[in-house]
Design a protein around this ligand. Structure first.
Ligand code: ARG
Length: 602
């Protein structure tokens, strides 16, 4: 049952409540599992309990709930609502049953008339900002960044589709010691040697970073000369950071030039993933405003300035909150040399998001190693009196590795997204070339890329975001099991049935006895709009990933068990064809919310 019909019934019952002076409670409907017919159910226990509590109770709660249910039943029979076949009042519940052909028709027609918009929620009147795809610059885009990007994009699509006004934001870390480290070594040893290709440039910067870290890290058994050398390198790097801070034009120019390389690679990858960022924030841009906040925090006694004693500016968060135990600990918000920290900049960023973009909720898609960081940031904002602090939410996710082992940027052991994607697409192409197909070269490439990327996306989204992922290429690309290609294949199967059928019936009656596979399919399709709402409200793309799998699985079973094209009876054939059309549409809608394309052929 969809929103509008539910509303019609709710309105009727509310009318009954006010007619009978029964205090109104918000009605909640739950679907009744199919047992020959579909229905929905609501309970009157809350209503009866409220009466009892307010002293106007009439007898024991269960008996009173049943009494109300019976009265509501009588009322609805006298004031019928279209589509309801019969009613039942049992044990304090009111059950409404629909006529099966009408209900099925309604589900299928709604899907087919709304098409891409089926499942879309009414405007919620709230604006949500989702911040994701925000890697550090002077670095390359690795598989962990990919998990972030796809999680953030799927979440954005979900909240947008659920009816929230949605802003996609990115916040690349374009300044900090890591960035300066790359700048230093480039300037010292590599000027003018950068490769031309965007992706190679990213990887090259990463190589520089590894080499620089190596030169700058103290080693065991260093000779006095080596120590001297390392210390002088470090002094150069620090000096460079100071110059950047002071706005030295030469250093700034060098910084901007190298930063542009990384941002270019980021934009190329986002385009490939069909991610369109609305607002770009940069760490370097909130650096100054964050220092103003520090001054205010000191003035108001929230932060402690220990600089006179050679220390830093700190916030003793637990102490300020009156907590006895260690929870948020003490955070440094300004170094002794006056430079800001990552945490400091997040204070200014939060303010900018709410005040400039008027968002109602702010979601940060960032890996779970930064959980304490965000708890601290949100608590300091709260101490500062920033009311919207409670509207900030850190959507954390776990680490991604390959069976070969964990990644380490410092050691240069990184699995780059572009490499994995190229490999996934190539594997699909190799596999496809073994099949005879009448696809053009262009179609073949396009499909391979849809399948390869779909496999990767689904492998990321079908795991609870808190869990780590070991990405297994063969498993992800498999056409069986919980994979992207398995779901895409259901869509392709539906497309091929429709192609073979030639015609697409404009309407159909569902007067035949429904097969249990048909029932399950109709059931799942009708649950799509609620699933969208649930996934969006809980910020959990996983809910949609699981739904897409269930729908594909149900469709595959239907395909094997129920004849469509071979059905003799023309009305049944039309009914099933329209059901296939509806299933295909909902599969596509669900995949779209996961950032996965639904191919017509594969
Ligand atoms: N650039 C950071 C990183 O790569 C992520 C930024 C997260 N967002 C934030 N508001 N702190 O670790």
């Amino acid at each position: 049952m969809f929103g509008s019909e539910q509303q019609a019934i709710t309105d009727k019952i509310n009318a009954f409540f006010s007619e009978n002076d029964i205090p109104l409670v918000e009605l909640k409907w739950t679907p009744v599992p199919f047992s020959g017919e579909w229905g929905v159910s609501t309970s009157f226990f809350q209503t009866a309990a409220n009466e009892a509590r307010s002293g106007i109770g009439r007898g024991p709660v269960p008996a009173r709930a049943q009494e109300i249910a019976e009265q509501a039943k009588t009322w609805l029979e006298a004031h019928p609502v279209i589509g309801i076949h019969h009613l039942e009042a049992v044990k304090g519940y009111l059950n409404l049953y629909f006529s099966t052909p009408e209900y099925t028709c309604n589900v299928v027609n709604t899907v087919l008339s709304q098409g891409k918009d089926f499942g879309k929620g009414a405007p919620q009147g709230e604006r949500v900002m989702v911040e994701f795809a925000q890697p550090n610059t002077h670095h390359s885009f690795h598989i962990g960044h990919y998990r972030n990007a796809i999680l953030g994009e799927s979440l954005s699509r979900l909240v947008e589709f659920a009816g929230f006004d949605t802003i996609r934001a990115s916040y690349p870390g374009d300044i900090g010691l890591g960035v300066i480290t790359v700048l230093w070594i480039y300037d010292k040893f590599y000027r003018g040697q950068e490769p031309a290709d965007v992706h190679e440039r990213g990887q090259w910067l990463l190589k520089l970073y590894v080499e620089a870290t190596n030169l700058l890290t103290e080693k065991e058994n260093e000779t006095p000369q080596e120590t001297l050398q390392r210390e002088s390198y470090d002094a150069e790097r620090r000096d460079m950071y100071r110059k950047w801070d002071a706005g030295d034009p030469e250093i700034r120019r060098l910084w901007e030039e190298t930063r542009a390389w990384s941002l270019e690679e980021l934009r190329v990858i986002l385009a490939m993933l069909e991610i369109d960022i609305d607002v770009w924030f940069f760490e370097s841009e909130v650096d100054e405003p964050s220092k103003t906040i520090v001054t205010e925090l000191i003035e108001r006694g929230i932060a402690t300035d220990e600089r006179p004693e050679g220390g830093a500016v700190i916030v003793k968060i637990d102490e300020k909150l009156g907590l006895k135990k260690d929870k948020y600990r003490t955070a440094v918000i300004l170094r002794s040399d006056g430079t800001s920290l990552y945490l400091t900049k997040d204070l200014a960023l939060a303010e900018e998001k709410f005040n400039k973009y008027h968002v109602d909720r702010s979601i940060y898609v960032v890996d779970n190693r930064q959980s304490l960081h965000f708890q601290q940031a949100f608590k300091i904002l709260e101490l500062w009196g920033f009311e919207q602090a409670e509207k900030c939410f850190h959507l954390a996710y776990g680490f991604v590795s390959l069976p070969e082992g964990a990644m380490s940027a410092r050691r240069g052991r990184l699995v780059l997204f572009k490499d994995v994607a190229d490999q996934a697409i190539q594997r699909v192409l190799d596999f496809e070339s073994e099949k005879t197909s009448d696809l053009s070269e262009h179609q073949r490439l396009e499909t391979a890329s849809q399948i390869g990327l779909g496999a990767m996306a689904y492998a990321m989204l079908s795991v609870d975001n808190n869990k780590d992922i070991v990405f297994e290429m063969d498993e992800a690309l498999s056409f069986d099991g919980h994979t992207g290609p398995y779901i895409q294949n259901a869509h392709v199967r539906a497309a091929s049935i429709l192609k073979k059928a030639g015609t697409r019936p404009e309407s159909a009656a569902y007067n035949h006895r429904l097969d249990s596979h048909e029932v399950q399919l109709i059931d799942l399709i009708s649950r799509f709009p609620d699933t969208v709402q649930q996934a969006a409200q809980e910020y959990r793309p996983l809910i949609m990933a699981a739904y897409a799998y269930d729908l594909a699985n149900t469709f595959h079973s239907f395909y094997h068990a129920v004849p469509v094209l071979k059905t003799e009876d023309e009305t049944v054939r039309q009914a099933r064809l329209r059901l296939v059309m509806a299933a295909k549409q909902v599969l596509a809608n669900a995949l779209a919310l996961l950032g996965i394309t639904a191919p017509e052929v594969m």
